[in-house]
Ligand binder design. Structure first.
Ligand code: XMP
Length: 512
């Protein structure tokens, strides 16, 4: 197993993910807790993450000294590399020649990290994001790779088996990065590479049992992949200590409610309360058009309903949620200071202070595709596992501007047609997420011989691997034209359809 020491990088979880992909178990600890766990964790290797601080300043995070005398291989990434140099007798400087984005590294020497990936003389494509850089290496280190603005882009001390890279091997923009990390954990650290989702399932179940004890857990079930996996996992861990609440906020898609009730109540025999609170939600959203306000209202109302339901079953101690890593990273602050709130994610932000249940979030470290693997492991039906993500606030954030029942009906119909066509064309599994958005704009059209003045429907479809970046799906024109015709012919209230070609960034996947 591998210990990842976190210095607050936004992508530390990606390191853990790459290590998991190599079949090796890892855990992340904050830098200031690392010394406490070292002996009990017994890592086969240690990875020091990147981070937002500068090692050139006083009082910025350092790795515990014990890490360097522990005797297992160490890999430092970005800030991790710099702190290795600063702590082992080298020097780091702030640099005006900062590097952000794609860079090329000249491979100067063979290195165990590069085995089978890069050879001496190769020009390797990598992703950089740094202001500081190493100025002088500690004794025993050599340079194995150089980039334009980082003379120490990759360094190695073969005797001590300590390595450092200025670039980020964990992100997809370093195309060979995953193989470098696999080299580190498998070859250099000698980890076995036999860890799987089956093992995650066991670990997660044990962790839930430990956290919950004999307590009662209430779980919001939406029928999406995340909450479905949480519900089944928890049911396996704690059986009838779990009650699921399906909050029907009136913002679901066509046919969704029935499907959820039949799978979880009838098939899995999970205690499920189906709560129709659409009047309450739509009432509170009446006249609200600001996206953040909508999200806050929905988030707060959800919690309110949970609390009521928890009372009605005689009290619950925990609230279980299918929070994933990308939700966490876009919603919370990190060690180096707050990262900007892009959206208040429904399942993380907006929780009122007065909420008096503790959170159980067994998927907090995972990315979407890993949750799907876990779902498969748990035996959930393929059409549930393969489902596109659907946001907690539902159709509310797919109707920019004010929400009305009429608009919801229109959107539901258009969305159902769109998804039906995608499935019929065999495209569903190639797309990360596809949905219709009802714009608060009406335009003039002509149908039959009559003038129409109706809403515009925008169609969205993106490819992505983790929801953090995305690209618009390149449909054949004939396909999108067919969908547009069907929608306009069949959905009263829409007379124009447009396709959204924005990637993320700069757009987000949802429109609000
Ligand atoms: P954005 O729009 O931020 O979305 O690019 C990234 C992914 O997150 C989903 N999403 C949410 N999921 N609660 C959720 O559970 C939310 O409040 C929420 N907002 C966005 C979105 O559908 C996409 O998959």
């Amino acid at each position: 197993r591998i210990l990842i020491i976190d210095f607050g990088s936004q992508v530390t979880q990606l390191i853990a993910r790459r290590v998991r992909e190599a079949g090796v178990y890892s855990e992340i600890v904050p830098f200031n807790k690392a010394a406490d766990v070292l002996d009990s964790f017994k890592p086969a290797g240690i990875i020091l993450s990147g981070g937002p601080a500068s090692v050139t300043q006083m009082d910025t995070p350092r790795a515990p000294e014990a890490v360097f005398s522990y005797g297992v291989p160490i890999l430092g990434i970005c800030y991790g590399q710099q702190t290795i140099c600063a702590q082992m007798g080298g020097a780091v400087e702030g640099s005006d020649e900062r590097e952000f984005g794609r860079a090329e590294v000249d491979i100067k020497e063979p290195c165990a990290l590069f085995d089978g990936v890069w050879a001496k003389g190769d020009k390797a494509q990598v992703w950089m994001s740094h202001g500081d850089r190493v100025l002088r290496l500690p004794d025993g280190f050599k340079v194995v790779g150089v980039s334009e603005n980082a003379p120490y882009a990759a360094i190695a001390n073969d005797d001590k088996r300590i390595y450092g890279v200025q670039f980020h091997p964990e992100v997809v923009h370093t195309p060979d990065g995953a193989r470098l990390l696999a080299n580190f954990v498998l070859n250099i650290c000698g980890a076995k590479g036999d860890w799987t989702m089956a093992a995650f399932r066991e670990t997660a179940i044990a962790a839930v049992r430990k956290q919950v004890g004999t307590g009662r857990v209430i779980c919001g079930l939406s029928g999406g992949v995340d909450s479905s996996v949480v519900a089944v996992l928890l049911h396996e861990a704690i059986g009838d200590q779990l009650t699921c609440v399906f909050v029907d906020h009136g913002l679901m898609r066509h046919g969704e409610a029935d499907e959820v009730v039949s799978l979880f109540r009838n098939h899995y025999k999970i205690n499920l309360i189906h709560k129709d609170v659409s009047d309450m939600f739509l009432g509170r959203l009446d006249g609200v058009s600001d996206p953040e306000k909508k999200r806050k209202i929905i988030g707060a109302s959800f919690i309110e309903v949970f609390e009521e339901e928890a009372k009605s079953i005689g009290g619950a101690d925990f609230l279980a949620q299918g929070t994933l890593y990308p939700d966490v990273i876009e919603s919370v602050s990190f060690v180096g200071g707050p990262s900007v709130t892009i959206k208040s994610h429904h399942n993380v932000g907006g929780l009122p202070e007065r909420m008096n249940m503790k959170l159980v979030e067994p998927l907090r470290e995972l990315f979407k595709d890993e949750v799907r693997l876990l779902g498969r492991e748990l035996g959930l039906p393929q059409h549930f596992i393969g489902r596109h993500p659907f946001p907690g606030p539902g159709l509310a954030i797919r109707i920019p501007g004010e929400i009305t029942r009429e608009k919801l009906d229109i959107l539901r119909k258009a969305d159902a047609i769109y998804l039906e066509e995608i499935r019929a064309a065999g495209l569903y599994d190639q797309i990360w997420q596809a949905f219709a958005v009802l714009l608060p704009v009406r335009t003039v059209g002509v149908m039959g011989d009559a003038r129409t003045y109706e809403y515009v429907c925008a169609l969205r479809a993106v490819t992505s691997t983790d929801g953090m970046t995305a690209e618009s799906y390149p449909y054949e024109h004939a396909f999108i034209a067919r969908v547009a015709t069907r929608i306009i012919n069949n959905v009263r209230g829409i007379n124009r359809v447009v396709y959204d070609v924005t990637s993320k960034p700069p757009g987000t996947i949802e429109w609000e």
